[in-house]
Design a protein around this ligand. Structure first.
Ligand code: 1CP
Length: 358
């Protein structure tokens, strides 16, 4: 049970946040909604602001970070903001030579494949990311009663970019390294756990009221490999953050077989993609003997293009299935696609609120 934080003081408007209440498994005014990748290319105001500035440059400019993070909050009335950044930013901040290529994603100039390559990876200090502290402080001031979610990439997902050198469908080099040189793998994953801990601590200390650890690509692993090679490192991250008492969310894609293990890693809220219904997700989380936890999800992002008549019954279904958890945070099963229609997202927020108001 997270210990009381500043958000729990009754005079703080965050104490009534639907998002934070659901994340703690407490009853709230309605089912909260936010969208992964809610800030980004689906918003014309984002595309206009980003013109002429690279992705990583924009992450280092508090004026842009603050405005881009606020854009979807204003437009959609979502119940939480997610800090505008990227999972590779802390690596960039400690000098790893990488860029985010438009239409591709993160690309690493010198992939990490040997023990000597590990020297390039060290945890960020607050001084490395002073612009993150500035941005979070400003945002928390502007957001008032809307909580800010900080985030980091989990060791496996960040390792995949470092080892592969860029986006990968099969994560073959990463999995090979794991099995061929477990000692090097564990050393790398342990370092990346320290990176995530340092980077998330900076965001929480600057005022983020929840954090999400993205292990987007963990679903590529078997439960056996996840348990041996990944879970201990993600558990280290969650364990180190427990002292702050902020809700810790955990998410990955295609993780139906891993939901119990990802929950056991130390998540307070388990993110679920669209492949497993939320009531079944709750069963899988509790099957290993754990207690039921709040869940987040799980509308298939492809349905954003199916028309309102197809979307609305799915909202009803997801809200019903979500009631089997002690708390439900409505979200998509993965990020907002770049060509999504902002009007549809706005309508979803309004409908989820209307249907769930208690
Ligand atoms: O120029 C651009 O607009 C680049 C597109 C973009 C954006 C908007 C990238 C490149 N990253 C981001 C921001 C971002 N990244 C956010 C904040 C925005 C929000 O959520 O509202 C977050 C939370 C992330 C985290 C992130 N980056 C993840 C985890 C979440 C997920 O989608 O699974 C991952 C896997 C990345 C890597 C990444 N960064 C960018 C791309 C295109 C990718 C994926 C590449 C791949 O397929 O491997």
């Amino acid at each position: 049970v997270p210990s009381p934080t500043v958000a729990d003081r009754p005079e703080n408007p965050l104490s009534r946040s639907a998002f934070l209440l659901a994340a703690r498994g407490e009853p709230g005014p309605h089912t909260p909604v936010w969208f992964m990748r809610q800030a980004g290319r689906s918003l014309p105001e984002y595309r206009a602001l980003r013109e002429g500035t690279t992705m990583l440059e924009s992450c280092m400019r508090p004026d842009l970070v603050v405005e881009i993070t606020l854009q979807p909050v204003r437009r959609y009335g979502v119940d939480a903001a997610i800090f505008f950044s990227d999972i590779v930013l802390p690596l960039k901040a400690v000098g790893v030579d990488l860029e985010i290529q438009p239409g591709v994603g993160p690309v690493v100039a010198a992939p990490v494949r040997t023990a000597a390559d590990l020297a390039a990876v060290r945890p960020v200090t607050p001084a490395d990311v002073a612009y993150v502290t500035d941005s979070v402080r400003q945002l928390v001031g502007e957001l008032g009663g809307t909580p800010l979610i900080g985030f980091a990439g989990a060791p496996f997902t960040v390792a995949s970019y470092l080892v592969e050198g860029g986006p990968s469908k099969d994560h073959a080099k990463t999995k090979s390294l794991m099995h061929a040189d477990p000692k090097l793998w564990h050393a790398l994953a342990d370092r990346l756990a320290d990176v995530a801990i340092a980077y998330l601590s900076v965001q929480i200390e600057a005022g983020a009221s929840a954090i999400q650890l993205f292990d987007s690509w963990a679903g590529a692993l078997s439960p056996r490999d996840y348990a041996e090679f990944v879970q201990p490192h993600s558990a280290k991250v969650f364990g180190a953050l427990e002292q702050y008492g902020v809700p810790r969310l955990h998410f990955g894609v295609n993780t139906g077989e891993l939901l119990g293990l990802m929950s056991e890693a130390g998540a307070d809220v388990v993110g679920v993609d669209w492949r497993v219904p939320l009531d079944e997700a709750v069963r899988r989380i509790t099957a290993a003997g754990g207690s039921p936890k709040p869940v987040q999800g799980n509308l298939d992002p492809a349905l954003l293009f199916a028309g309102w008549e197809a979307i609305e019954p799915q909202l009803d279904r997801i809200l019903t299935e979500g009631r089997s958890a002690p708390g439900h945070i409505f979200n998509l099963g993965h990020g907002v696609p770049p060509n999504a229609d902002p009007e549809v997202l706005h309508k979803i927020v309004q409908a989820v609120h209307a249907k769930s108001t208690r």
